[in-house]
Design a binder for this molecule. Structure first.
Ligand SMILES: *Cc1c(COP(=O)(O)O)cnc(C)c1O
Length: 390
C-alpha cells in the first residue's frame, strides 16, 4: 500500500453514527451527518446514511456538489453561510442553507426564482460564541424581512457554540434557543420544523438533559469520525476512537546523536528543535510532513515520539521499537489534522476492513493520559495491511 494514507474504517464510522443517532433519538433529536472533514467522500456519506442520519451537512458547496455527482441522494445542508457570489450553486445543490445576512438571502431568493425552485433556510442565532449568527434582539425584524422573500422557506433556527470562543452549550443558552423558537412561532403564526442546537460539543448537554426543550436537531462531525467529544476531547463511551488513522512510511532508520552540532540558527519552520538529554537515540524519518498533515495534531503510538516535522519529513524517536526502512506507522489524528490530511493531494484515502467487530464494545482505554489518547489496535507499527484504495 502506498503512503502517506488515511486508513478509514467505514464499519466503525457507521457504528459511531448509529450509536449517536439512537441515543439522541431518545431525546427527540435528529442528526445531520457533517462531512466537511471528509472532502465529500461518497463512501463515508453512504456509511452515515446507512446509520440513519436525517441528512448531510457540509460547509463547502464543492463537497456537496461532489456527493451529488457521486449519486448521493439525501437532504443536503450548507452549514456555512453561503457566499453571495455562489447563490446559484447553493440553490442548485443544497436543499437547505444556514444564513445570517438578508443580502445573501435576497440573492438566494432571486437564484431560486430563476431556477423555478424553493430554497429552505435555517436562521442562525448568536448565543455567545461570537462566530456566525444574528443577535437575538434583531431576530424579529429579520424574520419579518425573510418572510417577504419569494421562493424562500424559513425551515427553522439554529446556533453554533464552542467553535470560536469555546462557549459550552448548557441549559441556559439551549433554553434561550427553545424560547426564541416559541416566540417566533407565536409572533408570526408559523411553525419551525428545525431547531438546531449545535455540533458535537452539544452531546454532553443533550444526552445528559432530561428536558432538551425544542431542540430537535444536531450537526455531528468530529464525534462520529473520531469518537470523541470536542469540549474536553474525551472518548465517548461505546464509540470507536480508531475509525480513522494516518499511516506514514519509514524512509531512514538510524541511531543518531540527540544533539545537533555546528552553529545553531533558525530551522526550516523557524522554531528551534527541542533539546533532549539522551546521548544517542533510535531515530527514524517518515515520508510525511506539513504538506500532508498538521504534525501537532498527530498522536503517536505508545513508545514512539514525534520530534520535529518539516514540509516533507517527520523525525520520530522510536525508543525500543524496531522501525526499519519500509515499516509503516499509524497515528491517531485530531479533527484539524484529519481535515488537513483529507484535503492533501499527497495523502491516499484507503478503505480498510474492520479489525474488530463494530458491534463489540471498543477497546477500553488505559488510564494513563498519553496511552488513553493513543491506544487502540490500528495504531502502532503496521504490517503493510490488506486495504483497498478509495
Ligand atoms: C463544523 C460544524 C459542525 C460540526 O461540528 P463537529 O464538531 O464536527 O460536530 C456543525 N455546525 C457547523 C455550523 C459547523 O461549522
Amino acid at each position: 500500500m502506498t503512503a502517506p494514507r488515511l486508513d478509514i474504517d467505514l464499519d466503525k464510522i457507521q457504528h459511531n453514527a448509529r450509536t449517536l443517532v439512537e441515543r439522541l433519538a431518545m431525546h427527540g433529536i435528529a442528526v445531520i451527518g457533517v462531512t466537511k472533514a471528509t472532502l465529500g467522500s461518497p463512501e463515508i456519506a453512504g456509511a452515515l446514511l446507512r446509520a440513519g442520519v436525517s441528512g448531510l451537512g457540509d460547509s463547502r458547496i464543492e463537497n456537496l456538489e461532489a456527493m451529488r455527482r457521486a449519486g448521493i441522494r439525501a437532504q443536503m445542508t450548507l452549514i456555512r453561510s453561503p457566499m453571495a457570489s455562489q447563490a446559484a450553486r447553493v440553490v442548485a445543490t443544497a436543499d437547505v442553507s444556514f444564513n445570517t445576512e438578508l443580502d445573501v438571502i435576497a440573492k438566494l431568493a432571486s437564484a431560486a426564482q430563476e431556477a423555478g425552485t424553493a430554497h429552505s433556510i435555517v436562521l442562525m442565532i448568536e448565543l455567545g460564541d461570537l462566530r456566525e449568527g444574528v443577535m437575538p434582539g434583531d431576530l424579529e425584524a429579520i424574520v419579518r424581512a425573510i418572510l417577504r422573500f419569494p421562493n424562500i422557506v424559513l425551515r427553522g433556527i439554529g446556533t453554533n457554540l464552542a467553535c470560536r470562543s469555546g462557549v459550552s452549550p448548557d441549559a441556559r443558552n439551549m433554553g434561550e434557543l427553545s424560547a426564541l423558537a416559541g416566540s417566533i412561532e407565536a409572533t408570526f403564526g408559523l411553525e419551525l420544523d428545525v431547531v438546531s442546537g449545535g455540533n458535537s460539543a452539544n452531546l454532553q448537554w443533550a444526552l445528559g438533559s432530561a428536558d432538551t426543550g425544542r431542540i430537535n436537531d444536531l450537526r455531528l462531525g468530529e464525534s462520529i469520525l473520531l469518537g470523541c467529544e470536542p469540549l474536553h476531547r474525551r472518548p465517548i463511551d461505546g464509540l470507536f476512537t480508531d475509525a480513522v488513522a494516518l499511516v506514514g512510511e519509514v524512509i531512514e532508520s538510524k541511531i543518531k546523536p540527540s544533539r545537533p552540532w555546528g552553529e545553531i540558527a533558525q530551522t526550516a519552520f523557524g522554531e528551534p528543535s527541542r533539546a533532549t538529554d539522551h546521548s544517542r537515540i533510535a531515530q527514524s524519518i517518515l515520508a510525511l510532513g506539513r504538506q500532508d498533515v498538521d504534525p501537532a495534531g498527530l498522536c503517536a503510538p505508545p513508545g514512539i515520539e514525534i520530534r520535529d516535522a518539516s514540509s516533507d519529513h517527520m523525525v520520530i524517536d522510536t525508543g525500543d521499537c524496531h522501525t526499519p526502512v519500509g515499516a509503516e506507522i499509524a497515528f491517531q489524528l485530531t479533527y484539524g489534522a484529519l481535515v488537513r490530511a483529507m484535503t492533501s493531494p499527497f495523502v491516499t484515502k484507503a478503505l480498510v476492513k474492520s479489525r474488530s467487530r463494530p458491534s463489540k464494545t471498543p477497546p477500553t482505554q488505559p488510564s494513563d493520559r498519553r496511552r488513553r489518547a493513543c491506544f487502540g489496535k490500528p495504531f502502532g507499527i503496521l504490517n503493510p495491511a490488506a486495504s483497498q484504495d478509495l
